[in-house]
Design a protein around this ligand. Structure first.
Ligand code: AGP
Length: 605
């Protein structure tokens, strides 16, 4: 979604700002803009690609500026609504991420005061109120505090002033970090944009404001109380984010899965004891014995990983577990048991729906552990404990390697829990042995992915695609459907295979494509029933099955994956669904990495 980048230093700001925006491009946006201080506040913005905006950017001198990528919420995709927004006297410029809930009322107040508004956005009010206060003699900090006392909602806000050599920042519900270079400072909503300049950063917390000049950042609470802020070290793995020889980030990230899963599990498996150790998820044995249940919360792909985690926990640790759609979690005033364990799962660590569920659980007295990819992200910090999944940067909007590592981390956790309870050492050792083999199996599958092109032929012109799976393959079906829908824009429906006859079967016509995930996992015979029911009505079956399994004969297109133990099959069966989605989107000529309307990190509820 919206992104912010700022620079205060000695180099040409506009070039660095554009570079920073390009690093934020993967998050999804519809317009972009920059403003640089150079005698006046010179601003340039446009709709469409950053590269187009940048190619018509006049040469702007100046070594201090702020920039933005917008993902429309209030007001259409127009140049006027793009950020930055400037006060009418040209002395204050702002960029804002988030939503101001009482903006209509504040816009009316400004109009009554005779201020002409230049956009339909909720964000523009900031620059006008700040500018009015400056005219009345308030300091920039006083003016910022004053406008923040008027607004309700969420903000990651940067303010640039014509008459001062610093940028003021504020954060409430929308991330903002400040990175320190040598006599230069960087501001961003995403560590990814800062990583190439520095690995030293300060992450603002909700309710904080900051003054950033070319040498340092001063952080304080909104009421002016000073805050002790220390620089975090951005992990090394956050660096490898270039496309290399791949045409798209999605394909690159699909192929990185063997290595990223290796990162996630290496050093955490204890083969001799048949267990694993996740430092951030160590729970005292006596607390474990009393654990009433575990709840796993996430959105989209993270939700599908949570659904798999739920099954793994119940199977291996025999603890009741349930997964929840984060965006629904708070809707019905959930009952929270403070003795229960809660896991918040998120790649970005910034998803507003998940964050809001975390806060609700904490408000009601329970702990939440994060299972997060982005180091130092809001959810990771809000939880204060948990594990990083170590996927490295994921830039394609369609999540692939983060799914694999979420499932990998949840499998490690389930094994650790199981071994602290009833799981035998022998069983634990065989699970650990199989987990260790997975990266190699992923690699070998991706080297020889089977008849993906034939599957693409079947789905690319179809009205809709049905995905079926049973047991632990049911969330894989959902993940496959989400992926194809997101990037190929084909309506997809995912159902537990046994549920198909209770409704979705009505959709099946001659040649309807049905993707069936059917590893040899003990529930396969019942999946077969659904396949026969589909075939009897003319459906074309794309079957994902284990190598050497005679079930292959039943598929119209059969895609073999390496065999593993049933509970780990999602880590292999998801791979063909990712490739089908990728190839289909490509064949249909879509922008694979930046599908329409979607954002990489969804920071609004
Ligand atoms: C996945 O392909 C999606 N783009 C989306 O569903 C995503 O998984 C969801 O928005 C949750 O994001 P998070 O993992 O960053 O919290």
């Amino acid at each position: 979604m919206c992104g912010i980048f700022g620079y205060i230093g000695h180099r040409n700001a506009s070039k660095l700002l554009v570079k920073g925006l390009l690093r934020l491009e993967y998050r999804g946006y519809d317009s972009s803009g920059v403003v640089v201080k150079n005698g006046t506040l010179e601003s340039f913005k446009d709709i469409g690609k950053i590269s187009e905006m940048a190619s018509s950017l006049p040469s702007l001198q100046g070594s201090i500026g702020i920039a933005h990528t917008r993902w429309a919420t209030h007001g259409a995709v127009t140049r006027e609504n793009a950020h930055p927004h400037l006060s009418n006297d040209g002395k204050v410029a702002i960029v804002h991420n988030g939503i101001i809930q009482n903006s209509e009322m504040l816009r009316k107040r400004l109009k009554k005061l005779g201020v002409s508004l230049n956009s339909e956005t909720d964000s523009e009010i900031f620059c006008h109120f700040i500018s009015m206060d400056l005219q009345e003699g308030k300091t920039p900090m006083e003016a910022l505090r004053n406008v923040l006392s008027m607004v309700r909602g969420t903000w990651g806000l940067c303010v640039l002033f014509l008459e001062y050599d610093f940028v003021l920042c504020a954060r409430n519900g929308s991330p903002l970090i400040v990175g320190r270079g040598k006599n230069e400072m960087f501001i961003s909503s995403d560590p990814h944009a800062i990583r190439e300049h520095t690995d030293q950063l300060v992450a603002l917390e909700d309710g904080q404001i900051a003054k950033v000049d070319s040498r340092d950042v001063q952080v304080m609470q909104i009421d002016g109380r000073a805050v002790e802020s220390s620089y975090l070290n951005l992990e090394e793995e956050w660096g490898e984010s270039e496309l290399g020889d791949y045409p798209h980030f999605m394909l690159k990230e699909i192929h990185e899965q063997a290595q990223s899963l290796q990162h996630c599990i290496s050093g955490r498996l204890r083969h001799a004891e048949g267990t694993s150790v996740l430092g951030g998820l160590q729970i005292e044995p006596h607390n474990l014995a009393q654990l009433p249940h575990i709840r796993l919360i996430g959105c989209g792909t993270a939700l599908h990983a949570a659904q798999i985690g739920q099954i793994l926990i119940e199977q291996w640790a025999r603890i009741p577990a349930v997964s929840h759609v984060a965006s629904e979690f708070n809707a019905n005033d959930p009952v929270i048991n403070p003795d229960a364990l809660h896991l918040a799962i998120s790649q970005s660590g910034e998803t507003a729906d998940t964050l809001s569920a975390v806060k609700e659980i904490q408000r009601k007295g329970a702990d939440v552990y994060g299972v997060v990819n982005v180091v130092g992200s809001t959810i990771a910090r809000q939880c204060g404990k948990g594990v990083y999944i170590h996927s490295g940067p994921e830039q394609s909007v369609a999540s692939t390697k983060a799914f694999t590592n979420m499932v990998g981390a949840l499998a490690l956790f389930s094994l650790q829990l199981g071994r602290s309870r009833h799981l035998s050492k022998t069983k634990g050792k065989s699970i650990a042995r199989e987990m260790r083999k997975l990266p190699e199996k992923i690699r070998s599958y991706l080297e020889n992915p089977g008849p993906i092109d034939e599957a693409v032929e079947l789905v690319m012109q179809s009205k809709s695609v049905l995905f079926l799976g049973r047991g632990i393959s049911s969330p894989v079906a959902s993940e496959g459907a989400l992926k194809l829908m997101e990037i190929a824009y084909i309506p997809c429906l995912a159902y537990p295979a046994g549920e198909m006859k209770h409704g979705p079967i009505a959709l099946i016509e001659q040649d309807s494509p049905v993707v069936v995930i059917a590893p040899n996992d003990g529930v396969q015979d019942r999946t077969m029933n659904a396949i026969h029911e589909c075939k009897a009505r003319g459906a074309k079956i794309i079957l994902i099955h284990e190598e050497g399994d005679p079930i292959a004969e039943i598929g119209d297109v059969s895609i073999p994956i390496p065999a593993t133990i049933p509970m780990l099959t999602p880590l292999l069966s998801v791979l063909p669904t990712q490739l089908i989605a990728y190839q289909t989107a490509l064949s249909l000529g879509h922008d694979v990495d930046r599908p329409r309307n979607l954002a990489k990190s969804v920071t609004v509820e």
